[in-house]
Design a binder for this molecule. Sequence first.
Ligand SMILES: [Zn+2]
Length: 363
Amino acid sequence: MLQYLFDDTPGHGTTREIVPGVRWLQMPLPMSLDHINLYLLEDEEGWWIIDTGIAIDPTQPLWEEIFEQELGGKPVIAVLCTHLHPDHIGMAGWLCERWRVPLYMSRAEYFGGLSFSRMEKHHYSWTSEQHYCRAGFSPDDIEKVKKNYGGFSSVVTPMPTAYNRLRDGNSLHINGNKWRVVVGSGHSPEHVCLYCESLNILISGDQVIPRITSNVSVMASEPEANPLKDWFVSHERFLDILPSDALVLPAHNTPFYGLHKRLRFLIEHHEEHLLALEEACNDTPSTAVELLPILFKRKLDGDQMGLAVGECVAHLNYLHQRGMLDRNIDSDGHYRYTSIDETLALRLRREKHDATADAPIQV
Ligand SMILES: [Zn+2]
């Protein structure tokens, strides 16, 4: 069981102290996941903002309320985004302009964010169409994707045109505390987490979240990516280098204890999905779209469908690149996956069965 620090959340426009100099606030999101957690770190001259919220109507006035009532008269001196997704970078441009302060990000996240936030409808090309077709979309569904295609400029204020690069192992000295940059990958390419040993606090962004599982997706821009491999590698590394009793400040849900438990759960969760997919492909050569019910039991709405297919392809790419699934194109242009050999799941089951059969009779 994970342990949560609070039973409730700070109201919009307010902050809550986690420890002196570290404050938590929430901003609204216009989807079923209805909030993001942002954090403030107090330095001598002012405040660091960690992640920024999405650029929708209420976010800017809520920030102004925070500035007026929650910062003790100090200015904002820096903005740091853990990764490129719009709920994290959405207000970075506005905040950096508002305070004329630098943006801190890792290089892959900054340039990825810049690129996605400037993408427009006409960037939809044959490569995007091919990606969705190969995943198993029908011509009608591909048309729908095309209609809704676009970057996330509508929910991101224009990003700052310069940034300060963060790399794994860098340290930020804030109010006498050393915050070490720990980079994870899989949910996004070079996701920054911050760990402070003296406070034993990890600001984990979307790399580790307690109740929901972060999306690990292959997108049309890099169809042969293997983000699930990066995800496993990152989680194993976090288990090695971060203490189990750290207080984790995630970007969604609420602050919690139980870092190692959560990391192990997430590794097992994806391993089970891999086994289930391998087993399903043992029976019938299947497409990613056909395999969705193996990973997602709930009904998926339009928004979730793209992420779900991306996540399914991430698992299939992982298995295919490890030589566990064969991949062929059918006459409709869909990739169909087949288990190459007896799957691990089936092998384990058979071995268990054999062991039972061979067991000496107990008298
Ligand atoms: Zn994210």
